[in-house]
Design a protein around this ligand. Structure first.
Ligand SMILES: O=C(O)CC1=CCC(=O)O1
Length: 96
């Protein structure tokens, strides 16, 4: 199942820089492991913001919830999830 997920990061302004850097590094490693597995298919920065747009390929809603709630930045993010299905005009037969 494919999901479009938009994440907006809102770190507290008083969070010490070192702590923020550590969380971001852990987040990067977490996301790169999932990207290598093909679970996190796309990761795009929304230009001009501290938001990303991502496409996840997961078994079900429970897997998506487990992954998203495990994000190190999860406590500091606003997250919007939208389920995707094939568009009838899509020419990409290899995508689902
Ligand atoms: O910087 C972000 O948009 C938050 C984030 C998600 C995955 C990652 O590596 O950073």
């Amino acid at each position: 199942m494919l999901f479009h997920v938009e994440m907006t990061v809102n770190l507290p302004p008083d969070m010490p820089e070192e702590q923020a850097a550590e969380i971001k590094a852990t987040e990067k490693a977490y996301s790169q492991t999932l990207q290598q597995k093909g679970t996190w298919r796309h990761l795009w920065r929304v230009a001009g913001s501290y938001s990303n747009v991502s496409i996840f390929d997961v078994r079900d809603n429970d897997e998506l919830q487990r992954i998203i709630s495990g994000l190190p930045l999860f406590p500091y993010m606003e997250i919007r999830v939208r389920p995707l299905c094939r568009h009838p005009s899509s020419i990409r037969d290899d995508d689902s």
